[in-house]
Ligand binder design. Structure first.
Ligand SMILES: [Zn+2]
Ligand SMILES: [Zn+2]
Length: 252
């Protein structure tokens, strides 16, 4: 064997080994880029997509409460025109083992674990319940959840688990429900975040939130202090202005 033959052989082997990896990466990138074209009205109306597939993944050993998953499904069925139904697929994944996660790290986990993308009549959405906190937390402001893509949400379980649970206060399932429903409503374009407002009701100081303190879309839902205003087992509901906006953009 000559040196050039060995070199050619090595190049060939390298190509065979690397091409499938780079193809797979390109495919993932393409699929995630396609998700960035999804609009709030695609969730709300049945015009483009008739079925919603919710890909709900969680770090091993830290599942969302069954009640929160069931409540979210009920909430989505009540608001979205999806004649093909809303499917919830709850799946355990290997935990990252990281106390804090950046959005880039969350996106990397999504690219490895997301099973359902939007195609044909099916709209896919990815929810990652991470046993971590947001690496971008600062000044005591701990973010419990984020919409980081047009069909992607992350819930930070390490932060949610610090919410105070006491007698007469909501249960953990109620807190999780409020947070995941609130965050999902950002995907639905509330408030003035892709779903137009029929009447002005956005909170001037808090982007894409409702000015009504009793509404699910009030910004306080994303802070630990909101627990102080909640009693018992009621998840805050959308007020009439938020409901009217969703209906006007194709929802129920
Ligand atoms: Zn919010
Ligand atoms: Zn509202």
């Amino acid at each position: 064997m000559t040196l050039s033959f060995i070199l050619r052989l090595a190049t060939c082997l390298l190509t065979i080994l690397l091409v499938p990896v780079s193809c797979k990466k390109n495919e993932e990138k393409k699929r995630l880029a396609a998700e960035s074209q999804i609009k709030p009205s695609d969730f709300l109306s049945a015009e483009k997509y008739q079925t919603l597939m919710v890909d709900f993944v969680y770090d091993a050993g830290h599942p969302p409460s069954a009640d929160a998953v069931a409540n979210l499904k009920k909430f989505l069925n009540a608001r979205l025109n999806k004649p093909g139904g809303v499917q919830m697929i709850v799946k355990e994944i290997t935990a990252s083992g990281k106390d804090r996660l950046s959005i880039t790290e969350v996106q990397h986990i999504e690219s490895k674990t997301r099973s359902y993308f939007s195609q044909g009549s099916i709209l896919g959405v990815f929810i990652y319940y991470a046993n971590s906190e947001f690496a971008g937390n600062s000044g005591g402001n701990n973010v419990p959840a984020l919409k980081y893509g047009n069909t992607s949400l992350v819930l930070f379980g390490k932060t949610i688990s610090t919410y105070p649970i006491a007698l007469g206060k909501p249960t953990f399932a109620i807190i999780e429900t409020a947070i995941v429903e609130h965050e999902f409503c950002h995907l639905l374009g509330l408030v003035d975040g892709g779903t137009p407002m029929l009447v002005a009701h956005k909170d001037a100081g808090n982007k894409e939130h409702c000015s009504n303190v009793n509404c699910l879309m009030h910004h306080m839902i994303e802070t630990t202090e909101f627990i102080a205003n909640l009693v018992g087992s009621n998840v805050p509901e959308l007020d009439s202005n938020c409901l009217a906006d969703l209906k006007n953009n194709g929802g129920k």
